[in-house]
Every structure is written in structure tokens, then in C-alpha cells.
Design a protein around this ligand. Structure first.
Ligand code: ACO
Length: 387
């Protein structure tokens, strides 16, 4: 360095175009061990977190791990979430009448951006403690918006939330206008707890970058949702179901897979930047969907396609360790819960907002702007040669 000016020759090389293996933050929220296929969330192995907590409990555990003070209990989260769902229901008509979206996830993006970064003391959510009002508003709104958008696509009017119900139970009820079975509530809770946080994935990193600018919780959540919706991240489950439908029959599994892989296509629901073995969340969902459906024909077919895809991928890409990621069984589980494929990414976001907001809390405490550098490889002004 010469003074404050970086010379052309001193610019560091790009470590990896996808920032592979770059450690971008310290976190007490979750840890992904890609070699062991282990996920730790708020001090629990993910399989144990699912046994110990429903969604509200997992939110409380994550926000406590993020250092939120005073840390709300699961019961306080449940109460606050009920109020947030009620508050969100108030602006559903405005969202539905705008109709500027093509998909449920785009509608969710619009709906969340209607929330204030610093919610005021309006009648609807003034009973939510101020220090959790923004993150709880985002969580509550995501469920109400998703349910209303799905119903609107089917030409049905929105159903009012019940603030005394559990979050997962109320979501299924306002989606269908019918009380869910206990097994369904349990399966959705298992799903939402399992995906609540997952290390420094693309959407979480996005949330932290936005939080580092002090833009506010809702802005960070909206930005994170934009990152989540891509098919290389949270947008894969819809295409997984399309794949199962397109394959259709057992006889077609192998020829279909071979054709796709030979044509250079990526099989949705397989491969991961960090996991080199099976994603532990795929097992949680496989178990949940097997219990929920009693291992019905669709689940057996999905399992057969999975095994054949792993065999085909290993043969075609011997140098890579590609295994099943959680999106594969997310698709099958959420389908069994009657969630349309267009809404699967939004349901993922409904849960992941717990993690995004926890990361926002952590990042705001760090208090330092995230601002990396780039290496200039363009033309230099005439007469100046690149070093
Ligand atoms: N199908 C076919 N080939 C694959 C797949 C796949 N699903 N995943 C990786 N590969 C191949 C690549 O083509 C590449 O092969 P090549 O070297 O011959 O070109 C090799 O494996 C390495 O792939 P990378 O892209 O370097 O691996 P990366 O770490 O970037 O991949 C990713 C991670 C993006 C998730 C990738 O596996 C993928 O596209 N999977 C399908 C989409 C998907 O399931 N996304 C959900 C991820 S889970 C989540 O975000 C919640």
C-alpha cells in the first residue's frame, strides 16, 4: 500500500468466485459440518431441536442465542406471533388488490415490503414488545400473506387468523379454511424448526450485509427473500416436483435421468456447496413425510427416483461428492401437507425468517459495515497499463 491508495499490483486475487470457504462472520446461531453431515442450531443437533421445540420454541432459542435481551420465552413468542398475524391480516386487501406479482414468492416479497422497518405503536401490534416487534411482524406477516396469496390464486378469499392458535396450526387452517390434523401440525413444525437457520447461506449473508448498513430488520428480510427465491437456493422444491411428475413411471426413471444428465442439466434436490454427504435435514423430512403419509405411493416413488439419481450422478460426476439436499424431501413433505408447489419457497421463507432476523440481531451488535473489495480487470484509462 502507498498511503491510502492500493496499487494495481497489490490488489488481492479473488479467492473463489462463489466465496467458497471464506469465513464471513462469527455466529452463535448455527453450524454446518459438511463432512459429517451435521447441523447444530442454537446448541442442539437439528434432530434434537425438532424433538425439543415447536416453531415458537425454536424462534425463542435462536433469538436467545443471538443475544436478544430480554430473551422472550416460547409462550411470549406464540402470543406475539398471534398478534402479528392479526395485524398482517389488516393489510391483505391492499396487497391482493395491487396484484403486481406473478408467483406467490413475488407476492410475499411485495407483502413483506409493506411492513415498516421500525413499526410504530399502531393499534394492531402495539401489544408486541417493541424489541421484537419488527422480527415478529415479519414472521407473522409471512404466514398470513402466503396463505392469502395461495387462496387468491384459487379464487378464494382470505381466512382470518386465530391469535390464540400455534403458528404452524394457524397457518394450515388459514390456508385451507379447515382445522388441520395433529400429525400435519407436527410435520409442519418439524419442517419449520429444521430449516429455521443454516449457517452462512446466500440469503443469510444477504440479510447480514443489509443489516450491516443499518437499513433495518424488514429491509434485511426482504433482501434475503430475494436471494432465497433463486433455484440454486430455496427455489428448488417446485422443480423437484416437476421432475417427479415428468418422470411419471418407474420404467422412465433411468432413461429420464440419463438423458437429463447427458444434456448437462442439474437435478434439483441434489448437491450442496457445504454438505459432502447427505444433508441431515433430508432425513428429518423423509421421516416426517413417511409418518404423515404412511409411506404412500408418491413417497415410495420419490425414494426410487432419489436412489437412481444418486447412482446416475455418481457415475456421471465421479470427481464430485453429490448427495441429496434438503430441498428434495422438502418438496415431497410440503406437497403431502397440501401446499402448492408455487408456495413452497414462501413456506421455506416463513421459517427461515427466524434465522435471518437472528442474524440481523447478531450483525447489528457487531456494528461494522460489510464492505469487501473487488479486483478490477477492465480497461485502464489510455496511457496507463495494468500492472
Ligand atoms: N445435478 C447435476 N450435476 C450437479 C448437481 C446437480 N444437482 N450439483 C452439482 N453438479 C455438478 C456440476 O455440474 C459440476 O460438474 P462439472 O464440474 O462437471 O461442471 C459439479 O457437480 C460441481 O458443481 P458446482 O456447481 O461447483 O457445485 P456447487 O457447490 O456450486 O453446487 C448447488 C451447489 C448450486 C446447490 C448445486 O449442487 C446445484 O445446482 N444443485 C441443484 C439445485 C438445488 O438442489 N438447489 C438447492 C440447494 S439446497 C438450499 O439452498 C437450501
Amino acid at each position: 500500500m502507498s498511503g491510502n491508495v492500493t496499487l494495481k499490483s497489490e490488489m488481492p486475487a479473488v479467492t473463489a468466485s462463489g466465496l467458497d470457504n471464506v469465513v464471513a462472520a462469527e455466529t452463535a446461531l448455527s453450524h454446518v459440518d459438511g463432512e459429517a453431515g451435521r447441523l447444530i442450531v442454537a446448541g442442539y443437533d437439528v434432530e434434537e431441536l425438532v424433538k425439543a421445540h415447536d416453531f415458537e420454541g425454536a424462534v425463542a432459542a435462536l433469538w436467545a442465542a443471538a443475544g436478544l435481551e430480554p430473551a422472550p420465552s416460547a409462550a411470549e413468542i406464540r402470543n406475539a406471533l398471534g398478534r402479528a398475524r392479526e395485524a398482517a391480516f389488516g393489510y391483505i386487501p391492499a396487497l391482493l388488490s395491487s396484484k403486481r406479482h406473478e408467483t406467490v414468492t413475488e407476492g410475499l416479497r411485495t407483502g413483506l415490503s409493506m411492513l415498516a422497518d421500525e413499526p410504530g405503536e399502531d393499534a394492531a401490534d402495539r401489544d408486541i414488545p417493541a424489541h421484537i416487534r419488527a422480527p415478529v411482524s415479519a414472521l407473522g406477516a409471512a404466514a398470513v400473506i402466503t396463505a392469502a396469496l395461495v387462496r387468491a390464486e384459487a379464487g378464494k378469499s382470505p381466512v382470518a387468523p386465530d391469535r390464540h392458535a400455534g403458528h404452524a396450526e394457524d397457518f394450515i387452517r388459514i390456508l385451507r379454511d379447515e382445522a388441520p390434523a395433529a400429525a400435519e401440525v407436527e410435520a409442519l413444525n418439524a419442517y419449520m424448526v429444521t430449516v429455521a437457520d443454516h449457517g452462512m447461506n446466500a440469503s443469510t449473508f444477504t440479510a447480514r450485509v443489509i443489516a450491516s448498513t443499518k437499513a433495518g430488520t424488514i429491509s434485511a428480510v426482504v433482501g434475503a427473500l430475494c436471494a432465497l427465491k433463486g433455484p440454486l437456493h430455496g427455489g428448488a422444491p417446485g422443480p423437484v416436483l416437476d421432475m417427479l411428475d415428468e418422470i411419471g413411471t418407474r420404467e422412465n426413471i433411468e432413461p429420464w435421468l440419463e438423458r437429463k444428465i447427458a444434456g448437462g442439466a442439474r437435478l434439483m434436490g441434489f448437491g450442496h456447496r457445504v454438505y459432502r454427504v447427505r444433508d441431515p435435514r433430508a432425513d428429518v423430512f423423509n421421516k416426517a413425510v413417511t409418518i404423515l403419509t404412511n409411506g404412500n405411493e408418491r413417497v415410495r416413488f420419490a425414494r426410487e427416483v432419489e436412489l437412481a439419481a444418486l447412482k446416475a450422478l455418481r457415475a456421471a460426476k465421479p470427481g464430485h461428492r453429490i448427495d441429496t439436499n434438503m430441498e428434495y424431501y422438502t418438496a415431497v413433505l410440503l406437497e403431502a401437507l397440501g401446499i402448492p408447489r408455487d408456495a413452497v419457497t414462501s413456506v421455506f421463507a416463513m421459517a427461515r425468517i427466524a434465522g435471518w432476523t437472528a442474524h440481523v440481531m447478531e450483525q447489528e451488535r457487531v456494528g461494522r459495515l460489510i464492505r469487501p473489495q473487488s479486483r478490477y480487470v477492465g480497461h485502464w484509462p489510455e496511457g496507463e497499463a495494468a500492472a
